[in-house]
Design a protein around this ligand. Sequence first.
Ligand SMILES: [Zn+2]
Length: 251
Amino acid sequence: MQEEPYFVLCILYLVYYIQYTKYRIQTMPHRFFNFFLNLLFPQECLYCHREIDRSYPLCQKCEESIPLFSSWKAPSSIKYLSALGAASSYQNPILQKTIHYFKYRGITSLQFPLSQLLIKFIEQNNYLSFFAKKDIYVIPIPLSKRKLRQRGFNQAELLAQSVALYFHWNYSPNLLQRIKNNPPQAQLKNKEERKNNVKGIFCFPSSTQTLKGKIIVLIDDVFTTGATMEEAARVLKKTRAKKIIGLVLAK
Ligand SMILES: [Zn+2]
C-alpha cells in the first residue's frame, strides 16, 4: 500500500513527459519551416508594404487607422431589418484591400483583424448589449454551393464564428440555407435586377429549433444595395423572430 504515492507520481511524470515532448515534436518543424519561409519571403503589410512580424499580413498602424462608424441605422428601403450595423466604409482603401485579400486571395488569417473591427464596433455602439446573450442568434449569409467549392470557405461564416464566440452568443450557421445558385450580384448594376436575382435563394429548415421571439444577427462582409440581406431577413421573418439585425464590415 505504501507504494501507491510513488505509483501516482510516476503516472503524473509520464503524462507531463508525453505532453512536453509532444509539444516540442509538433512545434519544432513548424518553427523551422516558418523561419526559412520568412527569410526567403519576409512578411509585409498588404497595404503599406512595411515588413512585419504578425500572424496576418496587416500592420498595426494600418489596422488602427480604419475608422469605425458610430451608429446602427437601417436604410429606409430595407423593410425586414430592424437595424443595420456597418463597422466602416467600403470607400476606405485599407479596409477595401483587406476584404479583397481575405475573400479573393484566400488569406483566411485576416479573419482576426476583420472580426476585431466588428467586435470593436459592437462594443462602441452598445445597441446589442440590451438583449440577453442566450436570445441572440448569429447567422452568416450562406454562400452558394458553387461559390463555396471555388473559394473553399465562406467569409461571412468566419466572421460570424469569431463574433459569436467573443460575445458568447449562439452561433447558428444552419438556420438559413441557400437553395439556388444565382448569378453573382456584382454583375448586376440595377437595384431592381439585384432584387429579382436573389428572390427565393434562401430557405429556413422547419425541422430546426424555433427562433420565435429571438434576436437574429445576420452577418455578411459587404452591404451594397442590401438585396441579399433583405431577402435573407424576409425568409427569417417567417420564424417570428423578435428582431432581425444586419451586421457587416463595410457599406
Ligand atoms: Zn500597413
